[in-house]
Design a protein around this ligand. Sequence first.
Ligand code: 5GP
Ligand code: MN
Length: 352
Amino acid sequence: MKFTESLTDVIEPGKVEQIMRAINDANQIVITTHLSPDGDALGSSLALCHFLKREGKKVRIIVPNSFPYFLKWMKGAGEISVAEYNPEAARHILNHADLIFSLDYNIPKRVGLMASMLEESPALKILIDHHLFPGNGFNIVVSHPEISSTSELIFRLLFQANRYGEMSQAEAECIYCGMMTDTGGFTYNSSDPEIFEIISLLLRKEIDKDAIYSKVFHNYSAERFRLLGFTLSQRMEIYPDLHSALIWLSKEDQEQFRFNKGDTEGFVNYPLSIKGIIFSTFIREDDGLIKLSFRSQQTFPCNEFASDFFNGGGHLNASGGEYYGPLDKALEIYGEGLKKYEEILKRSMNSD
Ligand code: 5GP
Ligand code: MN
């Protein structure tokens, strides 16, 4: 078939074979993904899960904690186990697996309470991910930071293993959702022409890409919108010389707008729409910790900022971190970070 010949073998063919053999040999397979699963985490996990079920395998997805309401429409989402709700059951499942997939994260720390369970499990472990610096402890590592989503890697794995022909519509939908969410609806990290060749192949599975967009991005509550308005008008600081912007929300702010998990998803991207801003930070007070999200444009390494000051990491243009302490202190540390990166930030704007 002509249209199946055009993709580069991004994953080493030897690894594709190894993974297919491991799947073939396994009876109990568990798929895991990172804390606060996003569209890519769930899209890649569900697509792989559907594929494995078609192969006649027993497979479960376990995530560390719950995921937002606008991702619940994906086929199979209702059967995902949440470790936080029943840690002992999660430990049992991981211990009795003979093959574990780690999708969309690079190190065990990113699965929170599941990290020790993962390490204890005697199963064969396969990492498939697109974050920098894959950790130790995996038997097979498929790590491609140059690829914009793990869902794309799942597509490539199945494609390279000659399983595209039989791919189901549900698998294609989940993969598309992950590719779409990790690129902000194909507005960043998405200039590789092969992304659009893959989309074309997914469309041949009769997915409705516009409907998928609506299910994810047109599915928010009115409270989220009011909270967004409040954040942008009352909780935003702009530092024009540093091409930077900060938004933040206290617990009290969020309660005032009846915050639901996922309501602030994407907030951090808004300040990047302001002319001249290339670095955006969102600091949010969560239960018992402060959660930080960073986004940048061009070459500013927001992952270095995250790891330098907030024990975090991620991609060059999208990263995150955590802080255990009061919100005021997190804001103060952010200020120190800006000072350290002042020169780079001042110089980092392309002239146009
Ligand atoms: P988000 O801002 O959407 O929560 O996260 C953006 C990206 O930053 C994620 O895809 C992940 O790579 C990274 N990230 C988010 N939070 C953390 C964190 O606490 N630690 C590390 N190492 N990376 C994070
Ligand atoms: Mn991802």
